[in-house]
Design a binder for this molecule. Structure first.
Ligand SMILES: *Cc1c(COP(=O)(O)O)cnc(C)c1O
Length: 440
């Protein structure tokens, strides 16, 4: 038989996919934006829904063939509204960034100003300036003003924000949108404290719950829509354990503008298989979300405490390290965030390097920032509890503080990891969390 280079590529891709599954089944995944969906969600996202088009709103589609798709999408919207006690839900955004773009498009024009957290203060690049290739600036032409941030408290400063808005008004730069929420997100943002003030200036308040959506669903973080946020955007795959995707929530008053922004503005196909996966995840979150969020918070606090006991400089210490799924650690005593990330990866501990307050002023950059960010959403999802957090903190100490060879720790980590192979907090548990599914 003649050797086909295409066949070789084809086989190579599958072998890499399998190796990846095996690696993650043997690793400690601590990326705060990641999670594992249930077997049910995985079943939904390989269904034929993924091959179809359903442009528009259910019941008013541009395409035929949507009989069952519409039923699922109505159910999906119903579940999303119930989960977040919202009057309106658009389940079509294909990601958190697209959900944010819908807000920018619906409630501002290019050239308008948006108030948002800076990246070292926890902001996300989708809230960012054009000169940083941030989505808000680059794609929608927004100009960004940063919230004053209190690095001691690790949250937005209320009084200084009020002063800043008053100053901005004086110079004709009053923001159109105030964006709350972020990617390094340890403590709730002061939505309640600022909502009336911002509304008195007619500023639209959006809360980006990409990271904390699962905690909000479980009633374990702030409740932005009750605290004065007009709309809420999110990713559906971080602490909320769905497929990759986005969601926008709000009141009926905002419905028409958001719907138009989403279609035809920002989507043609809205990845219907993922929409079905979101519906399943919303049902799981309604059933198991409280227990899950509760355990996440316990784990994150235990992790912060254990790391601090080992001498690490954990941010937010005066406030109990965290009220979310994240822990942030200043690692400058040992090396920098980039080096620590690389060393830990050699021992199958997967973390993010992280810009922390003070980094930019000190001349540090994204490749060698001062911190690392650790998230417990995924390890909680596969059943780990407080005592496992202590064990993981110990592994991290061995590598980062004692500078032990990561390769030598690896076998201990694999053994530690063996007992956590199934997704918890879901209805059906047959398939393993990292089990590779072969259909060929
Ligand atoms: C992850 C994240 C996003 C982007 O979400 P995607 O689903 O990856 O597009 C948006 N905002 C914040 C605050 C995030 O952390």
């Amino acid at each position: 038989m003649v050797k086909s280079p295409n066949r070789e590529s084809y086989n190579k891709i599958f072998s890499k996919l399998k190796e990846h599954h095996k690696w993650f089944g043997n690793s400690i995944p601590l990326i705060a934006s990641e999670n594992v969906p249930s077997p049910a969600v995985r079943e939904a996202i390989i269904s034929d829904f993924g091959n179809r088009y359903a442009e528009g709103w259910p019941g008013e589609r541009v395409y035929a063939g949507c009989v069952y798709i519409d039923d699922v999408e109505f159910e999906c919207m119903k579940l999303a509204k119930k989960l977040y006690k919202a009057k309106f839900a658009d389940v079509r955004p294909i990601s958190g960034v697209v959900a944010n773009l819908a807000i920018y498009s619906a409630f501002s024009n290019p050239g308008d100003i948006m108030l948002a957290p800076s990246i070292p203060a926890g902001g996300h690049i989708s809230h960012g300036k054009k000169e940083h290739s941030g989505t808000a600036g680059l794609v929608h032409g927004l100009e960004i003003e940063f919230y004053p941030f209190n690095a001691e408290e690790m949250t937005i400063d209320v009084d200084q924000t009020k002063d800043k808005v008053k100053e901005l008004e004086k110079v004709g730069r009053l923001p159109k949108i105030a964006m709350f929420g972020g990617s390094l997100f340890l403590f709730p943002h002061p939505v309640k404290e600022l909502a009336d003030f911002l509304k008195s200036y007619n500023i639209h308040i959006n809360y980006d719950a990409a990271h904390v959506a699962g905690l909000i669903a479980g009633g374990k973080f702030q409740d932005p829509l009750r605290e004065g946020a007009d709309t809420m955007t999110m990713s559906t795959h971080k602490t909320l354990f769905g497929p990759q995707g986005g969601l926008v929530l709000g009141s009926t008053e905002h419905e028409e503008r958001i719907k138009k922004a989403m279609f035809p503005g920002l989507t043609s196909s809205h990845h219907i298989h993922h929409m079905a996966g979101k519906a399943i995840a919303f049902a799981e979150a309604l059933e198991f979300g409280k227990d899950y969020a509760n355990q996440i918070i316990k784990n994150a606090k235990a992790f912060g405490e254990a790391l601090s006991d080992f001498g690490f400089k954990v941010l937010g210490e005066s406030k109990g390290f965290t009220q979310s799924h994240q822990i942030a650690v200043n690692v400058l005593d040992y090396s920098d965030g980039g080096k620590v990330e690389a060393d830990l990866e050699k021992a199958n501990i997967i973390v993010n390097r992280q810009l922390i307050p003070g980094d930019i002023k000190a001349g540090r950059n994204y490749f060698h920032p001062g911190g690392i960010r650790l998230g417990v959403a995924e390890i909680t999802r596969i059943g780990m509890k407080q005592s496992e957090m202590k064990e993981i903190a110990f592994f991290i100490k061995e590598i980062v503080v004692e500078k032990k060879d990561p390769k030598k720790i690896l076998s201990k980590i694999k053994a530690f990891r063996r007992d956590y192979q199934k997704v918890q907090y879901c209805f059906d548990k047959k398939l393993g969390a990292y089990e590779y599914v072969k259909l060929r």
